[in-house]
Design a protein around this ligand. Sequence first.
Ligand code: FCX
Length: 436
Amino acid sequence: MSKLKDTLAQKIQEHRPRTTRLVKEFGKVIIDQVTIDQCIGGARDIRALVTDISYLDPQEGIRFRGKTIPETFAALPKASGSEYPTVEAFWYMLLTGDIPTQAEVDEVVAEFKERGKVPSYVFDVIKALPKDSHPMVMLSAGILALERESEFLKFYNSGKFNKMTCWEPMYEDASNLVAKIAPIAAFIYRYKYKNDEQIAADPKLDYGANFAQMIGQKAPYDDVARMYFVLHSDHESGNVSAHTTHLVASALSDAYYAYSAGLNGLAGPLHGLANQEVLAWIMEFQKKLGEGVEPTKENVTKALWDTLNAGQVVPGYGHAVLRKTDPRYTSQREFCLKHLPSDPLFKLVSMIFEVAPGVLMEHGKAKNPWPNVDAQSGVIQWYYGVREWDFYTVLFGVGRALGCMANITWDRALGYAIERPKSVTTPMLEKWAEEG
Ligand code: FCX
């Protein structure tokens, strides 16, 4: 057994009595109440999910296993010659809550090489789709096609299914999915945009560097990939992609079914697709501005109002939970300030950052006028030459796999039930409204 799986097994043993005690001794303690607007308004803020992988504070932003983004980057062992940790080190931390040693990271790096081999039929499935299909369709279909490899499914069908041990095949599937999704994404990139000229993985490289290699990028894009996948990994459990994955897996569907579904949610414009929408918005803005006309605060303000007055949302701004600038935005902004401070697109995105919160406040609808992760992420990709912006949500999807897969491994370890909230009817709501 690998050190990672062994440590995870110990953590699970230690954790289980806590969950059992909470249910048995304190199961009826009230932790929230539900109002009519929450019932109609997307269950916003209702405390009804449990995860220890990450926690989102509205003011502070995300913590992974109790660590802020800067603390996470500082604590984990770095990739060789790099400022950023490997994805493998972060995967270890997400699953166990521990900071791995270099030797423990090296073991995961080696393991991912084996796990990352993708059966050729997955590529056949992707190639069978019309080439102008959105790359998220290709990614979701590729992940779904892998379902026949599921160890969890084999265990379920073995007749020996056991709630106490089923986390193990789920962990195997989760690890395999995480290792395979980056090569699948890279394949889609080269297939769709680079004439299907594929580049083989390099056995010497870690996850992030190999992704850079396979899409045809050089350093420092390896760090971009590492940073990007870590930043997009997890945002507690209630967001659409994480929640969908958790919900589908709660029916004992395996990791491939669950994450393919999660990706379909990520592909929505109010969620992960916002990163491509940001670039599309900027390009449309520049087109309307005309050749050689400089963006100014005035014309950016006008463009933002035009968007709002047309009844559209400003992509990359607002959040269901956050009430401050997203630290994932700040982290990418800091990268830009260091590596591409004079880039015109970065300057324009910075100008939008100066102007948009004021416009949104004046507009008066969005509860949070500050930028989220998607407002900044396309700039970095664009700068390094990944300019096919309909691919950007795929990058989000590779990163998000880390959080979703860590979560469903723990879901099975702690025996979380099939999810089934209760619905009510409008007459019921009207009756309760009258009764006050
Ligand atoms: N531009 C214009 N209007 C906005 C807005 C924005 N960026 N953000 C929120 N609003 C509007 C909402 O549309 C809503 O209007 P309504 O009352 O007419 O329905 C009102 O403000 C209140 O919404 P609010 O409670 O602030 O936000 P929600 O929790 O309902 O929605 C999202 C949160 C993120 C969906 C919303 O802010 C939005 O649409 N943002 C733009 C898309 C985006 O960037 N999505 C990515 C988010 C995230 F980081 C991710 O998942 O990737």
